[in-house]
Design a protein around this ligand. Sequence first.
Ligand code: NAP
Length: 325
Amino acid sequence: METVLVTGGNGFLGSHLVTALMEQGDTVRILARRHGDQAARQGAETIWGDIRDPEAVGRAVAGVDRVIHTVSNFRHGGSDKGEAHSINVEGTRLVLEACELHGVKQLVHCSTIGVHGSVREIPATETTPYNPGDLYQQTKLEAEQEVWRFAEQAGFRTTVIRPISLIGPGDKRMLKLFRMIKQGKFVKIGPCQAFFQPAYIDDVVAGFLLCLGNEQAYGQVFIVGSDEYVPLEELFVIIAEELGVKPPSVRIPLQPVLLLAGLCEALCVPLGIEPPLHRRRVSFFQNNRAFDIAKVKNRLGYQPQVGLREALRRTIAWYEQEGWL
Ligand SMILES: NC(=O)c1ccc[n+]([C@@H]2O[C@H](COP(=O)([O-])OP(=O)(O)OC[C@H]3O[C@@H](n4cnc5c(N)ncnc54)[C@H](OP(=O)(O)O)[C@@H]3O)[C@@H](O)[C@H]2O)c1
């Protein structure tokens, strides 16, 4: 068994990875920012620090066998260019440099299907052209390109995973959608014919684990997630059915909402306030996300276990258990 560092180990994906690694007997270290007097996670060594701090990153990487790099400013749709770049790109560069310095055996870098943006070719694959649609996706793409540049120069074992949109216990990003559908307040924006492909967290975690120490994964990029994608309109109906309520029926046009979101960002971002509405949130209604996971299945024997309806059902059960629905 090995020692694995999970950067962002207290995040949604990171914390599930930490649990799974500990379950398979690995020694786990986390790099995470501390909030207040937050306690360290039991069973794992925690290095408190920022991904932009070379000293903290060096301490976190020193002595581990493998690194899974999940840190990203994912949740902060209104963050400015400098912050997104420094966390997603420069932070990744620091991780790469530390991996080389300390002779790490493999880096598994967590990217996103967002590097493909809203896809036109359905289903998209790892070779579908890049088409990042916002600052987050652009900086994730730059980070991925930095990873490959570095790996080539340093002859370093690297795997890139582009997870599909994650759902499951621990996620709060989709909570608003479920809650508004349950309360009958959800308003559809635009035609809602874009595809969405929710991936259950345990399946994506299994994909990461399959890559560790696996020669078939070195130098490869994999889209990892579920098999099923549906138009948003259908997704909303399934969620409503699972919640036992009527599907949403009110719809408003897209363009005015986009204008309002742009205005919110223009007002809030310079003041350092997270905008209540931003274009990335609206893009949920616009972006086509439909991906083929044949490569990871064929090369690594990956097989998602949780279908779309079951993934939604389990996510609802967790929200209910937390008292949020
Ligand atoms: N969730 C999805 O649907 C999805 C889909 C595709 C790809 N991904 C990728 O999956 C990864 C994990 O995403 P997630 O959903 O688990 O998001 P998350 O819960 O926000 O996790 C990201 C983690 O990064 C940490 N972080 C952010 N900035 C940091 C900094 N400067 N220094 C140290 N830690 C920092 C966050 O800690 P703080 O609490 O301190 O901010 C958080 O723990 C990301 O790379 C994301 O791009 C996610």
